[in-house]
Design a protein around this ligand. Structure first.
Ligand SMILES: Nc1nc2c(ncn2[C@@H]2O[C@H](COP(=O)(O)OP(=O)(O)OP(=O)(O)O)[C@@H](O)[C@H]2O)c(=O)[nH]1
Ligand SMILES: [Mg+2]
Ligand SMILES: [Zn+2]
Length: 297
């Protein structure tokens, strides 16, 4: 019997929602319990009972993932771009943003930064903290999805109207609110920050696939907020190459294998002293380099 093609649009533990070319959604499980299938995967599957079984995961053109100390987590496969959302409130974690950008660069995925909730007074502080990213040519957009949804749509639609876009960001920055603004019938659950207790908040718990158009050519993926972002998949010697602002100066260091910490005539530290590289970014690099250089397992 020939295998059917499909696209994984949902993953819930060992169960996967597979969309067929005819746009039917079939509940499938993965043959042999392999934990190797993620949202965005193209798969071959067979009918089994009232559902299906995924026989084969087809080769990916991209995979965004993180490697923490004890586990690895794949966000999505075959995405064309990443939008990292940050917000005026909750205050952005620069480390999470910087780490998501490193993971995207390592996976060869174009990344954009979106600052949300610019209606709040904390917007200026957030803007300032994004300055180093603007300077290193990371595209940074600003919106207030709740305050001005039409403006947010006008900013975002040209960017997301081709291919597959993954939204990533800490809990509460407004990913689901943005999905609802872009796709009126999405009905993504939005968390009310005014609720004091986390229990009962409508936080997103699995990555969800939303088609933008009737032709199913463009999609936006909502994802659960994250708190940590391990990058142990990145060999330390590759790190500088994934940080454009540091890499711009590294070639001028006296030593080719300079780690930009205490070596003499380090062009990266000199550029930092002149204010051309932000001190926070140099610190981020140095701490991450040490973390990635720890003996593994
Ligand atoms: N002031 C303000 N609040 C906003 C804006 N956009 C979203 N919010 C609010 O921020 C809160 C969190 O929004 P969500 O869309 O649920 O955030 P999320 O990123 O999906 O959060 P998780 O699903 O937990 O990862 C909600 O109370 C929204 O109403 C905005 O532009 N301005
Ligand atoms: Mg959400
Ligand atoms: Zn150096």
């Amino acid at each position: 019997m020939p295998l059917n093609n499909g696209l994984v649009v949902g993953a819930h533990g060992r169960h996967f929602v597979v969309e067929t070319p005819e746009r039917q959604r079939i509940l499938c499980h993965r043959r042999g319990k392999k934990g190797d299938c993620v949202v965005g995967d193209r798969v071959e599957w067979n009918v089994s009972g009232d559902g299906g079984v995924i026989e084969q995961v087809l080769p990916r053109r991209s995979l965004l993932w993180r490697q923490d100390r004890w586990r690895s987590k794949s966000f999505a496969a075959n995405i064309d771009r990443l939008i990292v959302l940050v917000a005026s409130v909750p205050p952005m974690s620069e480390s999470l943003l910087a780490r998501a950008l490193v993971a995207a660069a390592h996976a060869d995925i174009t990344a954009h930064v979106l600052l949300n909730k610019v209606d709040l007074p904390e917007a200026d502080a957030a803007r300032q903290r994004l300055e180093p990213y603007r300077r290193m040519q990371v595209p940074v957009l600003e919106v207030s999805v709740k305050g001005d949804a039409a403006h947010a749509r006008a900013q975002l639609l040209p960017l997301v109207s081709q291919g597959v876009t993954l939204l990533l960001g800490a809990s509460g920055v407004g990913k689901s609110t943005l999905i609802n603004a872009l796709i009126p019938d999405a009905a993504a659950q939005v968390g009310e920050i005014s609720q004091a207790l986390n229990a009962g908040r409508h936080t997103t718990t699995t990555t969800s696939w939303y088609w933008l158009d009737a032709q199913h050519e463009a999609a936006v993926l909502d994802s659960p907020g994250f708190q940590e972002f391990g990058l142990l998949q990145v060999p330390p010697e590759q790190l500088v190459g994934l940080l454009p602002d540091i890499a711009a100066h590294a070639a001028a260091c006296r030593f080719v294998n300079c780690t930009h910490r205490s070596e003499p005539d380090c062009a990266v530290r000199e550029a930092t002293a002149r204010g051309e590289v932000s001190a926070g970014r140099l610190r981020f690099y140095q701490e991450l380099y040490d973390e990635l250089s720890q003996p593994r397992w």
